[in-house]
Design a protein around this ligand. Structure first.
Ligand code: SAM
Length: 297
């Protein structure tokens, strides 16, 4: 199977060499250590090596659970170039676990290159699921969760962040963002400006930890609430924003759509949309958007 990521063709191999070891992608807790699974503990204890984003950080986790498996660094700066040494050990039949500092590896964390290289080399890659801040936040936010869009971290600089948010204005699914605490206020303010003050949002902070806070308010009110309490600008946070709901003003009635379709059969898109707007009183921009989707230029 070939998938596209950032414009690069990536080959995903489905052929597994059974003499190779397995790469286990193991989720670790995002705060409360009790959230590690029994299977994760067993596998971390059984593998030959644990590839960790930060070996010092993970050493404390392993020590807490009495696991003595050796650790090796696998972070964003070395995983692409040094993947070969992990692959060599997997090819020699050893099992390796991949972990990140918290939660699920690859989710705004290192691991993509190693997993890709391992699969391409015919290594079996197996997930050991567990905590993930995005999913934990979504599960408790009370926003629509049947479809959602994981947006990860927004660009750190304001201009880049606003440009990205602009592209998401009409996203209909619930959006899930990770954000650094020192940027949370300006992020919410930009969201209120670009998505609308009334758009419903939830700030999920310090999930599973002592000061866990899950607060839902319209964006402008949420930004104000965060601005008035510095404690809300500390710790780790996930921001969830309800998807765009077209207002009744944006909705086209059946009559306007029928007129547009008739005109589209005879006229160029722009002209058909303009005339349909004049005839029916519907919004020209909405008609134009619909016309584009019915008859791409
Ligand atoms: N791989 C992790 C996962 O599965 O969620 C995410 C790693 S990413 C580097 C770290 C970000 O995840 C934080 O900046 C924050 O946005 C979010 N996060 C992690 N732990 C969290 C927690 N306990 N409460 C709220 N957000 C958390």
């Amino acid at each position: 199977m070939r998938v596209l990521r950032e414009g690069i063709a990536v080959t995903v191999s489905d052929t597994v060499n059974s003499s190779f070891g397995t790469l286990f992608v193991v989720a670790t807790p995002i705060g409360n250590l009790d959230d590690i699974t029994a299977r994760a503990l067993r596998i971390l204890g059984e593998v030959s090596l644990i590839a960790a984003e930060d070996t010092r950080h993970s050493a404390r986790l392993l020590q807490h659970f009495g696991i003595g498996t050796p650790l090796a660094a696998c972070h964003e700066h070395n995983e692409r170039a040094d993947g070969g040494r992990f692959l060599a050990r997997l090819a020699a039949g050893e099992d390796i676990a991949l972990i990140s500092d918290a939660g699920t590896p690859l989710i705004s964390d290192p691991g993509f290159h190693l997993v890709r290289q391992a699969r391409a080399a015919g290594v079996r890659v197996t997930p050991v699921p567990g905590a993930c801040a995005a999913v934990a936040a979504l599960s408790a936010a009370g926003l629509p969760s049947d479809r959602f869009s994981f947006e990860g971290f927004l660009p750190a600089k304001r201009a880049g962040r606003r440009t990205r948010l602009e592209t998401l204005r009409e996203e209909a699914r619930t959006m899930v963002f990770y954000e650094a605490p020192h940027r949370i206020l300006e992020c919410l303010q930009d969201m209120a400006e670009l998505f609308g003050a009334e758009r419903q949002a939830v700030l999920a902070r310090e999930i599973t930890k002592t000061f866990e806070t899950i607060k839902g308010l319209p964006l402008a009110e949420l930004a104000l609430w965060v601005s008035q309490d510095e404690n809300q600008q500390r710790g780790e946070c996930v921001v969830l924003v309800a998807g765009h709901q077209p207002s009744s003003e944006d909705e086209l009635d059946a009559e306007a759509i029928k007129v547009l379709d008739l005109l589209l059969a005879e006229l160029p898109i722009k002209r058909a949309a303009a005339l349909a707007a004049q005839i029916t009183g519907a919004r020209k921009n909405r008609l134009y958007e619909l016309a584009l989707s019915r008859k791409p230029q």
